[in-house]
Write a protein that binds this ligand. Structure first.
Ligand code: CMC
Length: 384
């Protein structure tokens, strides 16, 4: 390369490209803002139901609006037993299917019975958003119950969205601190502008396809470990480190050095946008640690190990944890099976996806970018 030629920025993966407008959310180095409200403010002062209304309806709910929204969610929690029967069957046979795949299938089946599936009007999409949000915990529970050898439980209308999710997942009524920690995690995960899964949902919606199809696509994109699947991968990685260092034949420093030498990605670290840290990570760590100290003090070893890993990563690579890193430890401490961490992410991000799908349909033009051709020169089929 001539000395004067500057290597162009790496724009693979659309890095650094702004590809559209949104009024749902704004992300910058120092702030994450949902429709004008900063994430720390929401995590400290709002409930997940309030945040979901904010995202879907576009404004902070009045007391009456919130009551109506909350009732609509509770009224729509049940899922037809024909669908639950299928979920329960595919959850255990074959036994190793990932719950994200089962949830994707569940949403697909739910779409067949949604009376407004093909109606992309704003009113119908708002109603479908509520139905999707309400039913996802029931689908998650239907997958987990048979895996635990339990019978399915009915949704409980006396419980908040977060508490009902824990009830469906575990078959136990959660303590209030567990509900609070889950509620905060749902608020933190709800929305993040043009992340990979939301962008996927918008691309699907832009073809005039339906909301359920766009959500199935979002689930597929979220499943990968560079995106939502990182919360499971982060916990699996910590378990590997704990295991490999437990007999003192290797230190955490040595484990990390091996990972660096092998150029392995450390799960739950790094972010496409945040280069100085993800504001959500500190908030979730604080709540996870509070739950741990109050209810499960024996599990504090995971937070201590997490802090050590985080410190080495910062010192050696100047890379910060993202929200998925404390999420792994937090959900583990809450006793949630690791393969359900990313489905819980869906239970939250459904609100952001639906808000974006509605925004896309309200001012639609098909998303169809261009590609820079990098293949062979033109050839003749007969002469080559
Ligand atoms: N471990 C080791 N090295 C890393 C990591 C990591 N977690 N993240 C970034 N790097 C390195 C990367 O390899 C690159 O090095 P080099 O210049 O030598 O090739 C450098 O840091 C810059 O990477 P980047 O351009 O910031 O990365 P990106 O924007 O292409 O990818 C990412 C962002 C989140 C996919 C990536 O950081 C990653 O793979 N992290 C691990 C998976 C993860 O935690 N994903 C969750 C994302 S946030 C929440 C969510 O979506 O769920």
């Amino acid at each position: 390369m001539p000395a004067c030629e500057v290597k162009s920025a790496d724009t693979r993966g659309l890095a650094g490209q702004t590809v559209g407008d949104t009024s749902v959310c704004s992300v910058n180095q120092t702030q994450l803002i949902y429709r004008g409200y900063e994430i720390a403010d929401l995590a400290a002062n709002a409930t997940f139901e309030e945040v979901a209304f904010l995202l879907l309806a576009g404004h902070k709910p009045s007391a009456d609006e919130l009551a109506e929204f909350d009732q609509a969610l509770k009224d729509n929690r049940s899922v037809e037993s024909s669908i639950l029967d299928v979920i329960e069957r595919i959850a255990v046979e074959p036994a190793d299917v990932h719950p994200m795949s089962i949830l994707r299938t569940g949403i697909s089946m739910v779409s067949h019975l949604d009376p407004e599936c093909e109606d992309n009007s704003a009113d119908a999409e708002y109603r479908k958003s509520i139905r999707l949000m309400a039913k996802i915990p029931t689908l998650i529970g239907a997958c987990q119950a048979p895996r635990d050898g339990r019978s399915r439980v009915e949704p409980d209308a006396s419980l908040s969205h977060a508490a009902n999710l824990l009830w469906m997942l575990t078959g136990k009524k959660p303590e209030s601190i567990a509900t609070k920690v889950m509620d905060v995690s749902l608020i933190l995960y709800a929305e993040h502008d043009f992340n990979a899964s939301t962008f996927t949902s918008r691309v699907i919606a832009s073809t005039n396809s339906d909301m359920h199809s766009a959500v199935c696509g979002g689930i597929g994109a979220l499943k990968g470990n560079l995106h939502g699947g990182a919360n499971e991968a982060a916990m699996d990685m910590l378990a590997d480190i704990m295991n490999d260092t437990s007999d003192s034949s290797m230190t955490v420093e040595e484990w990390m050095q091996n990972a660096f030498n092998e150029k392995r990605k450390l799960m739950g670290f790094g972010h496409r946008v945040y280069k100085n840290g993800d504001h959500r990570a500190g908030i979730l760590r604080e709540w996870g640690l509070k739950y741990c100290e109050e209810v499960e003090p024996d599990k504090k070893v995971w937070f201590d190990l997490g802090d050590e890993v985080q410190g080495i990563m910062h010192r050696e690579k100047d890379i910060h944890p993202n929200v998925d890193f404390p999420c792994g430890m937090t959900y583990f401490t809450l006793g949630i099976p690791v393969p359900q961490y990313t489905p819980i992410f869906v239970a939250s991000r459904i609100t952001g996806w639906c808000a974006h799908i509605m925004e896309q349909h309200a001012n639609n033009r098909i998303i169809r970018p261009l590609a820079q051709y990098a293949g062979p020169d033109l050839m003749s089929w007969c002469d080559s």
